[in-house]
Design a binder for this molecule. Structure first.
Ligand SMILES: CCCCCCCCCCCCCCCCCCCCCCCC(=O)SCCNC(=O)CCNC(=O)[C@H](O)C(C)(C)COP(=O)(O)OP(=O)(O)OC[C@H]1O[C@@H](n2cnc3c(N)ncnc32)[C@H](O)[C@@H]1OP(=O)(O)O
Ligand SMILES: NC(=O)C1=CN([C@@H]2O[C@H](COP(=O)(O)OP(=O)(O)OC[C@H]3O[C@@H](n4cnc5c(N)ncnc54)[C@H](OP(=O)(O)O)[C@@H]3O)[C@@H](O)[C@H]2O)C=CC1
Length: 515
C-alpha cells in the first residue's frame, strides 16, 4: 500500500492554478491514486466566456481525466470550484466559501502564477508575490492545515550559475516592492523595471524569486516547502505519455519547427536542456506534501525538480531527436519542410532570420495578395521571432542545481511509493520521451489525426520539389544576370560549356570506335 496515497485519503485539499498545465495533472494524479480523498477545493475564475463550473466540467470531461473516471466515478462530487480571482482583495472569495476553506483545508498546493515573461511588473508582482502573501495569510488561519506547498521555478535565481536548495535574497524587500506597486504609476514602473530585475532576464523570474522570499518571511508556524521545477514538459508516463495542453516552454517551438516556420534558432547545442516531465513534478509535489505534513522538517525545505545533474540532455540532442520524429510523424499542412540550424553567432542568426524566416514569409504574403487573399505570414513570423528571442536566454546557458533534498526524499520513500510517485529522472529515456512529446503535441495541441500522416508525408514531398524547383530557378536567374553584367562570368560560362561539349564529343567518338 502506498503511504503517500493513503495520506491523502480523507483529506481536504486546496489547489490554486488547478486550471493550468501543472494543476490539472496534479488533480488528476490525486484523484487517481487517492480516490478516497474528501474534497479538492480549486480557486477558479471565469475565463474566455466560460463560467467556473463550465471550466471544471470541461477539465473533468477531457482525455486527461479518462482514467480518473474509472477509479473515482464520483469525481464531480469531490471537486469544489470556488469563484476566486487572485488579483483581487481576499481573492474576491465569498464569506461563506472563505469560511469553509479556512475551517476545512488540510493541505494547500499553490500553483497559480503568471508565467508570461513579458508581463508588466505590476501584474507579475500582484500574482506571483502579493497573492502568495495573501494565501499565506489565509493559511495561517487554517486550524487543520498540515502542509503548504509552494510551486516556484528553478529559474528564480537564473542570474546564478550554481543554485543550491536555499532561498537567495533579492536586494529590495518584497514588502517594499508590493507597497510601491500601489502608488507608482505604470510609466515609472516601466522605467525602474530593468533596474529592479537586474541581471535576471524578465519579470517572471524576478517575481518568482520575490515570491520565495515572501514564503520564507511569512511562514510563521506553518509547515512549508518550496518546489522548484525547471522547464516543465509533456507527461513522461502518467496518465499516458506525451500529454501537453499549452505552448509554454519547448511545446510552441516544436509546433513552429514541425510546421516549418522556425528553421534556425540562436541556441547552444551543448547547453543543458533542463526539461522535466510534468508528471515527475507532480509526483515530487505529492511526495513533498506527504513528507512535510508527516515529518514536519524544522525549516522550510526547497526541492529542485530538475534533470540536468542526474540525467543530462542537451539542446543539440533534443533538436536532433525532434527532427528525427518529424520524419516519422510529420505535422499536417506544413509551411516549409522542417529543418533546424542551431547557431551561437548573432550575425548568422540575423542572416537566417532574413533568409529563412522573413523572406519566405514575404514571398508567401505576396502569393496570398496575388490570389486575392489577406496577407498574414509576415505578422505571424514577427510574433514568432519575438517569442524565440525571449526564450533564447534559456537555450544559451547551462545551470547546475543541487538536488540533495530531492534525493533525500527519494530515499525516504517506500519501494511502493517510489514506484507510484516516481520522480527519479535517471530512469527517463530522453529519445523515447522526446518522440512521445512530439506525438503528444500533434495529438493534443494540434488535434491532428494519425490517419493524416500519409497525406502529410506527400505534402512534404511536394514542398521538397517546390524547394528544388525554386532554388534551380533562382540559380538560373542569378547566373543569367551575372553573365549579362560580367565579362569574367561570361568567360567562365563559355569555358564550362565548351568543356562539356568537348567531353561529350570525345565520349561519343570513343563509344563509336568501340562498336
Ligand atoms: C530550429 C529550431 C527548432 C528546432 C527543433 C525543435 C525544437 C525543440 C527543442 C529545441 C528548441 C529550444 C526550445 C526552447 C524552449 C526554452 C524554454 C525555456 C523556458 C524556461 C523558463 C522557465 C520555466 C518556467 O519557470 S515558466 C514557464 C515557461 N513560460 C513560458 O514558456 C511562457 C513564455 N511565453 C510568453 O511569455 C509569451 O507567450 C510570449 C511573451 C513569448 C509571447 O507573448 P505575446 O503577447 O506575443 O502573445 P501570446 O498570445 O502569448 O502568443 C503569441 C504567439 O506566440 C505563440 N507562442 C506562445 N508561446 C510560445 C512558445 N513558447 N513558443 C512558440 N510560440 C509560442 C502563441 O501561440 C501565439 O501565436 P499566434 O499564432 O500569434 O496566435
Ligand atoms: N510551465 C513551466 O515550464 C513551469 C512552471 N513553473 C511554475 O509552476 C506553476 C504552474 O505553472 P503552469 O501550470 O505551467 O502555468 P499555467 O499558466 O498553465 O497555469 C497558471 C494557473 O494560474 C492561474 N491563475 C493565473 N492568474 C490567476 C488569477 N488572477 N486568479 C486565479 N487564478 C489565476 C491560471 O488560471 P486561468 O486558467 O484562469 O488562467 C492557471 O490555472 C507556476 O507557479 C509556475 O511558476 C515552474 C517552472 C516551470
Amino acid at each position: 500500500m502506498s503511504m503517500i496515497a493513503a495520506f491523502y485519503s480523507g483529506k481536504s485539499i486546496l489547489i490554486t492554478g488547478a486550471t493550468g498545465f501543472m494543476g490539472k495533472v496534479l488533480m488528476e494524479k490525486l484523484f487517481r491514486t487517492s480516490p478516497d480523498l474528501k474534497v479538492i477545493y480549486i480557486l477558479v475564475r471565469p475565463k474566455a466566456g466560460q463560467t467556473t463550473q463550465q471550466r471544471v466540467f470541461q477539465i473533468l470531461n477531457s482525455k486527461l481525466f479518462e482514467k480518473v473516471k474509472e477509479v473515482c466515478p464520483n469525481v464531480h462530487e469531490k471537486i469544489r470550484a470556488i469563484y476566486a480571482d487572485l488579483n483581487q482583495n481576499d481573492f474576491a472569495i465569498s464569506k461563506e466559501d472563505m469560511q469553509e476553506l479556512l475551517s476545512c483545508t488540510n493541505i494547500v498546493f499553490h500553483c497559480a502564477a503568471t508565467v508570461r515573461f513579458d508581463d508588466h511588473l505590476r501584474h507579475a508582482v500582484q500574482l506571483n508575490v502579493t497573492a502568495t502573501q495573501q494565501l499565506l495569510l489565509m493559511a495561517s488561519q487554517m486550524p487543520k492545515l498540515e502542509a503548504f506547498i509552494h510551486i516556484s521555478t528553478a529559474f528564480s535565481n537564473c542570474n546564478l550559475k550554481h543554485i543550491d536548495e536555499v532561498i537567495y535574497p533579492c536586494p529590495v524587500e518584497p514588502k517594499k516592492i508590493i507597497d510601491s506597486m500601489e502608488w507608482l504609476d505604470d510609466a515609472i514602473i516601466d522605467e525602474i523595471t530593468p533596474k529592479l530585475i537586474g541581471d535576471r532576464p524578465n519579470t517572471y523570474t524576478y517575481t518568482k524569486a520575490l515570491g520565495e522570499m515572501v514564503v520564507q518571511q511569512e511562514s510563521g508556524n506553518l509547515n512549508i516547502a518550496i518546489i522548484r521545477p525547471s522547464i516543465v514538459g509533456a507527461t513522461w508516463q502518467e496518465p499516458f505519455p506525451g500529454w501537453v495542453d499549452n505552448l509554454n516552454g519547448p511545446s510552441g517551438l516544436i509546433i513552429a519547427a514541425g510546421k516549418g516556420f522556425l528553421r534556425a534558432i540562436r541556441a547552444t547545442p551543448m547547453a543543458v536542456a533542463d526539461l522535466i516531465p510534468v508528471d515527475t513534478v507532480v509526483n515530487l509535489t505529492l511526495a513533498v506534501g506527504w513528507y512535510t505534513a508527516v515529518h514536519r522538517p524544522k525549516s522550510t525545505l526547497i526541492y529542485h525538480c530538475t534533470s540536468g545533474n542526474l540525467n543530462p540532455c542537451n539542446w543539440g540532442k533534443m533538436g536532433f531527436q525532434v527532427l528525427a520524429t518529424f520524419e516519422k510523424i510529420p505535422f499536417e499542412r506544413a509551411f516549409r519542410r522542417p529543418y533546424a540550424d542551431f547557431t551561437t553567432n548573432t550575425i548568422t542568426t540575423q542572416y537566417w532570420n532574413a533568409v529563412s524566416h522573413r523572406a519566405p514569409a514575404i514571398i508567401y504574403d505576396f502569393y496570398l495578395r496575388l490570389t486575392g487573399r489577406k496577407p498574414r505570414m509576415t505578422k505571424v513570423m514577427n510574433r514568432l521571432l519575438r517569442t524565440v528571442s525571449m526564450l533564447e536566454y534559456f537555450v544559451n546557458r547551462s545551470w547546475e542545481w543541487s538536488t540533495y533534498n530531492t534525493e533525500m526524499l527519494m530515499s525516504e520513500l517506500s519501494p511502493e511509493d517510489q514506484r507510484v510517485f516516481n520522480f527519479d529522472v535517471r530512469q527517463l529515456n530522453w529519445l523515447e520521451y522526446i518522440e512521445n512529446y512530439v506525438l503528444g503535441v500533434k495529438k493534443y495541441l494540434l488535434k491532428e489525426d494519425m490517419a493524416g500522416i500519409p497525406e502529410a508525408k506527400q505534402h512534404l514531398k511536394r514542398l521538397r520539389n517546390i524547394h528544388y524547383l525554386f532554388n534551380t530557378a533562382l540559380f538560373l536567374i542569378a547566373w543569367r544576370l551575372l553573365i549579362a553584367r560580367s565579362q569574367m562570368a561570361r568567360n567562365v560560362w563559355f569555358f564550362i560549356v565548351s568543356f562539356c561539349y568537348k567531353f561529350l564529343s570525345y565520349f561519343r567518338a570513343s563509344s563509336t570506335l568501340k562498336v
